[in-house]
Design a protein around this ligand. Structure first.
Ligand code: NAP
Length: 482
């Protein structure tokens, strides 16, 4: 299908109570590779937010009472429809977010898999029965849907961050109002069409889109019927949302920012290290919460690692993600590009050497060259802040112990990477990392069947795996006297 046809067939309205609704006002969605407006999307506000909450609350009781097998089958149909529409979803993501088309196809597979996984989980929700330690009383422990959910997603994985929340919520028997980032609403609206076509009853999933996320969200946080907030995005915004969740003491799941260390221990295999580093740093244009942010390399390896890694980085092809051959797309917008260039300039001013890249590419798109920085000073901003761009700062270290200490010296704790050939070092290092995820001799670990999430200021709760559905369940204990 042509790009024009894909765009023409993508809904642009708010999805409320099973129907797409226009509001009269619109906002623009741009292609970050060209700066062109690719769609005008209905601009929602407080009225749409209230209507979406009403729809989600009206559907809550009957959805919670639906047979688990039926919920599973609906989710499975939605999974199949995403796979059938892979070309549409991949093209939309490349158009509105910029990632290379091949990676967008990877996200379609990854995103769809959350629905298949949670379709399988829907029929495996169980409870417990036990005897009180003193005998006599019996305990019945049951799991019930938490209730209506508000889900807020970022722009960097426009499909997968939606299915990772909607899949478990629906499996658990919860209804949802979801709000994607205004930079990437099209993918989420195409996903709403999938749910409608898969037979999800009206009101079970609703999507609101708009140019002001705070105006859209305010009536939802004020609504005492809301039971749960699930958010993926920056730590800064997440902190503010936790405050808004406090008055009604909402259940919250927070998937926040990262500052991932990538550690080469003294015995690292350099072939493994270079290939893992490429994936950990440059996947998704460097705009991933899991992106390696700081490379700590043992001093005996640093010269060879820098040379081999830089040679690989120079092989990346920067361009429009829709063009065949592009392996690095534009950054999502000009603010992101400006921040990334500022981080590079700050590091260079503090003594870093640019081994390759270092500059903004030629506009009108928001292109940043793939960059490797050597000898980065420990007070450089690039080591403290989440880069969210294709920049790899390398810091030589004297020992494995020093690497570990520096790796944990951050308020974030989402993922840590370690490269080593020694099983015992691998295990002890994994135990010492202050992060929710550890990647051992690999640059990619995200998987719907694994529990994803951070510690410290990288978040609360887990998505995916069996833990993922628990986030949408309440535990009720019934004490029984015999
Ligand atoms: P962001 O600026 O925090 O925005 C995330 C979402 O929150 C968007 O939908 C945004 O909407 C919305 N939002 C912003 N302010 C809001 C407010 N006052 N009230 C309600 N909603 C509000 O993050 P981003 O730039 O989209 O995404 C990048 C960040 O996400 C990075 O920090 C990355 O590490 C993190 N991330 C984490 C994970 C994880 O699993 N831990 C996964 C992916 C991304 P608008 O954009 O429309 O304002």
């Amino acid at each position: 299908m042509s790009v024009e046809l894909i765009l023409e067939s993508t809904p642009t309205g708010q999805f409320i109570g099973g129907e797409f609704r226009e509001t009269g006002a619109t906002f623009d969605v741009e292609n970050p590779a060209t700066g062109e407006v690719i769609a005008k999307v209905s601009d929602g506000g407080p009225d749409e937010a209230r209507a979406a909450m009403d729809a989600a609350c009206a559907a809550a009781e009957s959805w919670a009472a639906t047979e688990p097998r039926e919920r599973a089958e609906i989710l499975h149909r939605a999974y199949e429809l995403i796979v059938e529409r892979a070309e549409t979803f991949a093209t939309l993501m490349t158009l509105e977010m910029g990632k290379p088309l091949k990676e967008a196809h990877g996200e379609v597979t990854y995103g769809a898999e959350f629905l298949r996984w949670f379709a399988e989980e829907a029929v495996r929700i169980d409870g417990r029965w036990s005897v009180a330690p003193s005998g006599g009383n019996r305990f019945l422990i049951m799991k019930q849907p938490v209730g209506p959910v508000y889900a807020i997603t970022p722009w960097n994985f426009p499909l997968a961050m939606g299915t990772r929340k909607i899949g478990p919520a629906l499996a658990a028997g919860c209804t949802v109002v979801i709000k994607p980032a205004k930079l990437t609403p099209l993918t989420m609206l195409a996903l709403m069409q999938v749910f409608a076509d898969a037979g999800v009853p009206a009101g079970v999933v609703n999507c609101i889109v708009g140019s002001s996320s705070s105006e859209l969200s305010e009536p939802i946080f004020a609504d005492p019927r809301l039971r749960k907030l699930t958010f993926t995005g920056s730590t800064e915004v997440g902190r503010g949302l936790l405050e808004q969740a406090a008055p009604h003491v909402l259940r919250t799941s927070m998937e926040l920012g990262g500052n991932a260390p990538f550690v080469l221990l003294a015995d690292a295999d350099l072939d493994v290290a270079v290939s893992a580093a490429m994936a950990a740093k440059f996947r998704n244009n460097g705009e991933a919460c899991t992106a390696a942010n700081r490379f700590f390399v043992h001093k005996d390896l640093v010269g060879e690692f820098q040379a081999r890694f830089t040679a690989e980085v120079e092989g990346l092809v920067l361009g429009n993600g829709l063009d065949e051959g592009t392996t690095l797309g534009p950054l999502v917008d000009d603010d992101t590009l400006t921040k990334v260039t500022e981080l590079v300039d700050d590091a260079v001013a503090k003594g870093a050497r640019v081994l390759t890249g270092g500059k903004r590419g030629d506009g009108p798109g928001h292109f940043m060259q793939a960059t490797v920085l050597a000898d980065v000073s420990r007070d450089a901003r690039v080591l403290k802040e989440e880069i969210f761009g294709p920049v790899a700062p390398i810091i030589p270290v004297d020992s494995d112990e020093e690497a570990l200490e520096l790796a944990n010296d951050t308020e974030f704790g989402l993922i840590s990477y370690v490269i080593t050939r020694d099983v015992s070092r691998a295990i002890t290092t994994a135990e010492k990392f202050e992060s929710g995820i550890v990647a051992l001799n690999t640059g990619v670990v995200s998987n719907p069947a694994a529990p994803f999430g951070g510690v410290k200021q990288s978040g609360l709760g887990r998505e995916g795996s069996h833990e993922g559905v628990e986030e949408y369940l309440e535990t009720k204990y019934v004490g029984i006297a015999l």
